[in-house]
Structure formats: structure tokens, C-alpha cells
Ligand binder design. Structure first.
Ligand code: AMP
Length: 274
């Protein structure tokens, strides 16, 4: 991969990179479309990264469809699909990790303490192997985009990071490989994530700017659906992720909810009333 990238760079071409864990859906494909616009060659990686799963999480169960993913990626214009296996990437003696001081102390980092260490480490490795000029990440994983941007700045990676919009099903459910775990009843409950973000925006527009009140209303709405357990509902600064008390400027509303055994996330920027 490094040799291929060096050759592409030697010819003065731009490499766009979309890292994924596979089981591709329209969300991933939208990143590839963006990548095609931003680079001459598009590299897509497919790798289920063990380092970002904690004990008891769904590493073994994570859905896989390698052949289909290759077809879809090629159709979207991927020139190279990089799909290493775990021993190739981590070997037996792996012991170097990237950790961030502040951003992981919020949102998903609290209930998934090793997650962002695993993400930052694998993305660093993939950047060093793929050597892209630009990499595209989805804002569905909003905190992840912040973590990668911070890491790229802090460690002087010469790579442009692009955050792409959340792609949703027709009824609003954010696309996710993990949606495949849901039963039809659970899928109905899962819709409450998107619906509660919309509800929150309506409340803000009606003049309610107290973050605790809005989070309370959202919590009540989500838990009125079967099989839901809230991990977090946060209304916070969109850069630092520090909690906000009043929505007097655009605020990130992010939530993580377990529907049965499936943990789903979603988010939206809430705009203050005009
Ligand atoms: P994953 O395969 O879940 O690790 O995701 C790979 C990339 O796709 C990440 O940058 C995600 O943020 C992005 N992604 C996943 N779901 C969506 C979505 N519904 N809309 C936009 N991007 C997404």
C-alpha cells in the first residue's frame, strides 16, 4: 500500500481516503462520493479494528460482507480497497497507542473508555500506510471527527480532514452498520433518537433554551419507547464538548441509546431562536 501511494504521489496525484469497518451503506458511499471529488485516486479501507472495541462489546458479532463491500466501493469509484488482517496491522508485540487528553472525557468516551485510543491509533496507522492528502469522516460520529482533527493538528499530519453530513433512512434513522442488529420493533424504538433531536430543535425554536429542560424532555420521549436505555444525552459546545447550560449559540446535541443490546448514536447542531 505504501509503495502504491508513493507511486501515485510521484505522479503528482492527490490521494483521498475513506476509512471504514465495512458492511457498507449509503452513509459510507456518500463519503466515497466526496472523496472522488477531492482526490484523483480514492482509497477505501475495510478493517474491523479490535483496538476500538471494549471488553463485552460487539467485536465478534460486528456484521461483515467483504465481497459486497468491494463491489459497492468499486462502483463508487474506489481505485484501491485496503483490507489488512488484524495480525498484519497489530502483530504480536504491539504496544504503542495514541491517546488524547481532553476530548475523550466526554460523550462516548465515558462509557467506552478505550474507544478513542483505538480509533486514534488505527487512524494514525492507516494514515501512515495510505499516505492520503485528504481523509473523509462522517459527522454521524461527531466526536470522532473532533478527535481526528485534534490529533492531526497536534501531531502535524499533513492531511486535510473533511467532515461529511449524516446520511439517514427515509424516516430519519441515521444509517449505521449496527442497524442490522435491530428487530422490526427495536427499529421503531431506534427512530426515537432522530425524532428526539427534531423535537429538541422545535423546543428551542419555541423559546426554551434551558439545556436541562430540553434534555429532560428528550429523555422522557426516548424512554417512552420499548427496550430503550439511555447512555447519555448531552447538549454541549460543538468544539470542546463541554456541557452548555443555555442554548444561546449553536450547540451540539448528541445522544447514545441502547435499544436492546444495540448501542446507537445520533446528533444534531441545535440553533438558538432567531
Ligand atoms: P464505520 O464503518 O462505522 O467505522 O464508519 C466509517 C465512516 O463512515 C465513519 O467516518 C463514519 O462516521 C461514517 N458513517 C457511518 N455512518 C454514517 C452516516 N449515516 N452518515 C454519514 N457518515 C457515516
Amino acid at each position: 500500500m505504501q509503495a502504491r501511494s508513493d507511486l501515485i504521489r510521484h505522479y503528482g496525484k492527490r490521494i483521498a481516503f475513506v476509512p471504514t469497518m465495512g458492511f457498507l451503506h449509503e452513509g459510507h458511499l456518500s463519503l466515497m462520493e466526496e472523496g472522488r471529488k477531492l482526490g484523483d485516486e480514492l482509497v477505501v479501507s475495510i478493517f474491523v479494528n479490535p483496538a476500538q472495541f471494549g471488553p463485552g462489546e460487539d467485536l465478534e458479532a460486528y456484521p461483515r460482507a467483504f465481497e459486497r463491500d468491494c463491489e459497492l466501493s468499486k462502483k463508487k469509484g474506489a481505485n484501491i480497497i485496503f483490507a489488512p488482517d488484524t495480525t498484519e496491522l497489530y502483530g504480536r508485540e504491539f504496544q504503542t497507542y495514541i491517546t488524547l487528553e481532553k476530548l475523550p472525557n466526554h460523550l462516548c468516551g465515558i462509557s467506552r473508555p478505550v474507544h478513542f485510543r483505538g480509533v486514534a491509533t488505527v487512524v494514525t496507522k492507516l494514515f501512515n500506510i495510505v499516505r492520503p492528502h485528504v481523509a473523509i469522516f462522517g459527522k454521524k460520529d461527531y466526536q470522532q471527527v473532533l478527535v481526528i482533527r485534534q490529533m492531526v493538528n497536534d501531531l502535524n499530519f499533513d492531511i486535510e480532514i473533511v467532515g461529511a453530513p449524516i446520511i439517514r433512512e427515509a424516516d430519519g434513522l441515521a444509517m449505521s452498520s449496527r442497524n442490522s442488529y435491530l428487530t422490526p420493533e427495536q427499529r421503531t424504538s431506534a427512530l426515537s433518537l432522530y425524532q428526539s433531536l427534531e423535537k429538541a430543535q422545535t423546543l428551542v425554536e419555541s423559546g426554551i433554551t434551558d439545556a436541562a429542560k430540553i434534555a429532560g424532555a428528550v429523555s422522557e420521549f426516548v424512554t417512552s419507547h420499548p427496550e430503550t436505555v439511555i447512555d447519555y444525552i448531552a447538549i454541549c459546545d460543538s468544539e470542546t464538548l463541554a456541557d452548555m447550560q443555555t442554548i444561546d449559540r449553536p450547540a451540539l446535541m448528541a445522544l447514545a441509546v441502547k435499544i436492546g443490546k444495540t448501542r446507537l448514536i445520533d446528533n444534531k447542531i441545535l440553533s438558538p431562536p432567531h
